[in-house]
Design a protein around this ligand. Sequence first.
Ligand SMILES: [Cu+2]
Length: 765
Amino acid sequence: MTHQFPARSWAVLFSVFPLVALSQTPNPASNGDEATTTLSTVTVDATRIEDAPPGAVQLEKHNLPAWRANTSDTARLLENIPGVSSYGAGGISSLPVVQGLADDRLRTQVDGMDLMTACPNHMNPAMSFIDPTRVASIEVYAGIAPVSVGGDSIGGSILVKPAPPKFAKADEGYIASGELGAFYRSNGYANGTNLSLMLASETLSLNYTRSATESHNYWAADNFKKRGAWKTLGERSIPDHIVAASEYRGSENEDISLAWRPMRNHLFKIGYGEQRLDYSGFPNQRMDMISSGPSADDPLDYTINKGKPSNVNRTTNISYVGQYEWGELEGRYFHQNLRHHMDYIQDRFAGMLMPMDTVATTDGGLIKASIGLSEIHTLRIGSDFQKYRLDDWWPPINAGVSMCCNDFWNIREGERDRVGYFSEWEARWTPAWMSLLGVRYDTVRSDAGAAQGYSNSYAGDAKRFNAREHERQDEHYDASALFRYTPNLQQTYDFGVARKTRSPNLYERYPWSYNSMAALMNNFVGDGNAYIGNPDLKQEVAHTVSATGDWHDENQERWNFKATAYLTYVEDFIDAERCKNSFNSQCTVTNETTRDEYVKLRYINQSARLYGLDLSGRRLLGRIEGLGGFSVSGMASYVRGENRTTGDNLYHIMPPNVKLALIHKQGGLTTTFETHMVASKTNTSQVRNESETPGYTLFNLRSSYEWKHARIDAAIENLFDRFYYLPLGGAYVGQGNSMTINGIPWGMTVPGRGRSFNVALNLFF
Ligand SMILES: [Cu+2]
């Protein structure tokens, strides 16, 4: 085993990337020019609202409270950014997609932490650990992320941030504030509460937040299930418009943090967070997140326990930011401990149980210096690391040789360690020209111990896997170049090129069993298929070019229009191939060609190409005396994903879609009428037998009123109760015998929500 630690690596950094010989005058303050202040580096002043760095899109802060009122799923907040959508999953755990690339292909940080999942279905992704009510800002680097926020990803980077700590002013002594909120959404009877408390002196700031949420199954506007006995196997009968396994209960988030600012230029922060969830169904997965345990007299006899947390995530996060004469120094260390258990919600399949356990720990950190070399040049150098440990085993039950009598070790002693070094040079040559050039080097080492099946019937696969060397070491050489031209206050043009690398995750490399039931459990895309890992997978390398034009009025208040075009070519893109009978006798000959069934797939490197266009804009229409102000906004996205090796389409590519909104403001009242038009999805992945979805148009009406000490948000989503399928909702396998590959009829897609009346109230004190 090789262990690499960042301290040693940090020393190596200086020899790897010698400092560019440039003049050493301290960095003066920004020149106040409106067009270039957006490029300034972030200062330590905790109360300041950070500007979006080059290449980033920031969710509009004034809109966040209204969006948060309509979802308990943080990833879904991102759907308000052009080019971003989400894969459907559990009620609080959608997976973000940026310009066609999703999940592990993106780098996602929550409060600076690169959090990891611990589940063969990625049920607990990074953004499921922060409740939307705690999110203060989200930055998305869609295509070309600066190397300092990239690494081990081939798509964009997503930075989700809670509110920065507040401190009392010199003459205030102590300050205290709080927020208390509650919401209700009629569809699914979802409800929740949130609380935040803050107490601060001039140098110390103590923050506490707590939120809780739950939901019953949501319903679609019409029936959507195929005929048959498959849907009658649950404990209760579920009507045909109800999306079974979409409920969740006992989801609680608690965070406490203490910030210390001994001097104006130094900020230390320590935080502890815990997320618990009793159970959450997954309509596009064959399992649910739910507790189960052995009975006292028979360790092989399991029962469901809906009242015990099935998922517990704990994080400790320590950070420092300091401002010096020469620039800024940032450091971070975090530890994540994640315990996860799966089984069946009994509405799905009564009497059938399959306990599955996953435990993972992640340690990570960063050290980064931003050095103001001169008025023109800023150099950023740094190193970050992530050390991930995973055990994934399935306890045996009384069910014959298929599930008795040993633990099934899906991934034993899984390890994935990454260490990265980066160096980035930002130069503002003139008020009109800026360049940002960066290089990055990462190593990723992954490994897994010996496999083991429930019984001897798995011995052949286990023996084959165990006879192989599992350790893999990848080296990433990344580079990015971003140029910004601001000819005047009305126009900005960005042009970028990048090379980015991602290593396979443990679930792409190590799941080893060709047994249908075992392979069905390894699926993190929600397509209902069975997946087998491939230890020989190589890293994915993406080459991206991207160009953006942004036109607006001088103060960026009355109107703006923004267009981004991008093209990404990915070498060794990890796609899937049908398992052939010649690979393994457990794969049938039919599996090779069938077009209308769930299939067994094996991960494989192929080449892929993605390209697309994102447009967005808004315009102030004007004011009518006595009626208030009116404005319009809109966005449109087109993305195409192709497998260049097979000619197939990539899986889960969002069809072209347009969002338009008419916004009315009068005093504290804001009302938005919006429409979302989505084209049919016909470019589907043939290898995965992905289902097509028809086009649809939805309308939403939202209103919010703000007083000094209160805010109320009310909305009617899907105003006309339109039935529609979610293009990225995945296959509906939320009911029936999901343990057998075609025990549930193929060809049902998870539908979207029928009409919902939503209301949220927040009090500030
Ligand atoms: Cu899981």
